[in-house]
Write a protein that binds this ligand. Structure first.
Ligand SMILES: Nc1ncnc2c1ncn2[C@@H]1O[C@H](COP(=O)(O)OP(=O)(O)OP(=O)(O)O)[C@@H](O)[C@H]1O
Ligand SMILES: [Mg+2]
Length: 518
């Protein structure tokens, strides 16, 4: 059996007292109008929300004139048009998701409300419950703006990523990134600055709504106080903002101010772990956009990727060019050596043999001497051809494998060589590359190290051939020498890597890794 409200929990209160207490305690603003639309009751939450201190300031006034249905210019609409009062005539509930109320001080605020008809002796009034939705609307707007920025940023990042992976020239990429950043972050100008070894900065990409003072390709000292906050922060790998450029002095600040900029931000560009430069953004508006540092940083990551990709591409092209050049040089060397060496010897041999034949026919006494000379030439030619063939590919290697190849190399070394090669036959390309690495390392030991001993180790581990050539000489080998660079290139062709450890006075270790594939 339904129990009346006032019976609740056995409390013997009057409906009036109960309702009064509930309305008093409720956080929900509520007021009641009579059949004339005059406010007869307002709970404390309603008074608070509407900015009234006491109930009598509000009671007795018409709600549509005081709170609701008037134009901001003061025009009051007729009560009959006020939707909130309609339940008095229709007897039906009216609800609104968005409407505007006036506070006591005349300010407007957005509300949602429900207006419920209330039967009273003179006819029909209404109970209105409303919620101030200003905070909610603001939050939603922020969210929408944020979503819009995010969407624009994602689209922009995708466009740039397309340029980067498409292999566009870096100048174009930098210019595109500067423009995208300016558009997405709604700033006035953007520059991508490259720090140079002499401490100056070169503009690598720039975009501006106004005449651009820092054009791509120009070089700046950036040593004035205005630049200091950015340089300090970017050197430390952190972004920075300067809220008011007006307070800064120095030539760069002058230029920036003269172009109408008021505040600026910058984020460092770090390429493969090393500082490369920074991206700066400035605005002619009062304040910088929200979280500009964070957004800048997202773009600088792309800049870094673009730079790193371009560098990798250039490295690869340079390496290919070096391989081709080395192969050409090698071919020329072989031709020259053949021409100057073995070929000359053989010519001499033939001539001498002809002379010997003539001497034999004439029965002259110097035939044995001529034959001896011819033999000598033939011997020399043989060993020169052997030497030459060593430079190409020694038969020990092609017939006996890497261990045999190293054995042959060791036999020509002026210092003892420990041969700790423990690999069986490998694919020919791997064997040849491994052989050339060891041959060059050993030649370097003989030429430069002054070592007393050298050890060659080679073994296969995890599908990779590992090679170590370690000497106990003077150290100080330079990885950028033609010989060692050539090795790195040769290894790179087979996805291999070269590492060099050569502290001054501490001997030299040449280490190479070569993945084995079928
Ligand atoms: N084992 C080593 N001990 C000491 N110094 C070395 C050693 N290997 C190389 N170096 C030093 O490093 C430099 C670079 O070596 P690299 O093999 O690249 O050039 P190179 O031997 O001088 O010329 P190339 O190999 O083209 O004939 C050498 O000039 C030498 O000064
Ligand atoms: Mg060398």
């Amino acid at each position: 059996m339904a129990r009346s409200l006032t019976d609740l929990a056995g409390l013997n209160v009057s409906a009036e007292d109960f309702l009064a207490a509930v309305l008093e305690a409720a956080g929900q603003p509520i007021w009641v109008v009579d059949s004339d639309g005059v406010i007869r009751f307002a709970n404390p939450a309603a008074l608070g929300a509407l900015g009234y201190d006491r109930a009598d300031e509000l009671l007795g006034r018409r709600s549509h004139e005081t709170i609701h249905y008037q134009h901001p210019d003061g025009t009051v609409y007729p009560a009959t048009e006020c939707p909130m009062l309609r339940p008095r005539t229709t007897g039906e509930t009216v609800a609104s998701d968005l409407d505007w109320f006036f506070r006591r001080d005349g300010s407007m605020f957005p509300v949602s409300y429900v207006s419920v008809p209330l039967a009273i002796p003179q006819g029909r009034g209404a109970v209105v419950a409303f919620t101030d939705i200003e905070d909610r609307l603001r939050a939603e707007r922020v969210l929408r703006e944020h979503d819009a920025v995010l969407a624009a940023q994602q689209a922009s990042l995708r466009r740039i990523a397309g340029l980067v992976t498409g292999g566009a020239a870096s100048a174009d990429i930098f210019a595109a990134i500067a423009r995208e950043v300016a558009e997405v972050l709604r700033v006035t100008m953007v520059q991508i600055w490259r720090s140079e070894p002499d401490g100056t900065f070169t503009v690598r990409g720039a975009w501006s709504e106004r005449p651009q003072p820092f054009r791509a390709g120009t070089n700046w000292a950036l040593d004035d106080p205005a630049s200091a906050p950015f340089l300090r922060a970017t050197q430390a790998g952190r972004p920075a903002t300067v809220e008011s450029l007006a307070e800064l002095s120095g030539p760069v600040a002058e230029i920036v101010r003269a172009s109408g900029m008021r505040s600026a931000a910058a984020a460092p560009i770090v390429v493969d772990g090393a500082p490369w430069g920074f991206m700066g953004a400035a605005t002619d508006r009062e304040i910088l956009p929200d979280r500009v540092e964070e957004h800048l940083a997202e773009f600088t990551e792309l800049v870094a990727t673009a730079i790193s990709n371009t560098q990798a591409r250039l490295d690869l092209a340079a390496s290919r060019a070096r391989i081709v050049a080395a192969a050409d040089a090698e071919r020329r060397r072989v031709v020259r050596d053949l021409h100057d060496g073995a070929q000359q010897r053989l010519v001499h041999t033939v001539i001498t043999l002809k002379l010997a034949r003539q001497a034999l026919e004439d029965v002259q006494g110097d035939a044995p001497a001529l034959v001896t000379e011819a033999l000598h030439h033939a011997d020399e030619a043989t060993s020169e051809l052997r030497e030459l063939a060593h430079g190409i590919l020694p038969s020990q290697l092609t017939h006996g494998g890497l261990r045999a190849g190293v054995h042959a190399l060791a036999s020509r070394m002026p210092v003892p060589v420990g041969n700790e090669v423990s690999v069986d036959r490998l694919p020919p390309a791997i064997e040849a590359t491994a052989y050339f690495v060891i041959a060059e390392a050993l030649t370097n030991v003989a030429k430069h190290s002054g070592a007393r001993r050298v050890t060659v180790t080679a073994w296969v581990q995890d599908g990779t051939l590992r090679i170590r050539v370690r000497d106990d000489g003077v150290g100080g080998a330079r990885p950028d020498g033609a010989g060692l660079l050539g090795l790195a290139d040769r290894l790179a062709v087979l996805d291999g890597r070269l590492a060099l450890e050569s502290p001054a006075g501490g001997g030299t270790l040449v280490a190479a890794e070569l993945p084995l594939r079928d």
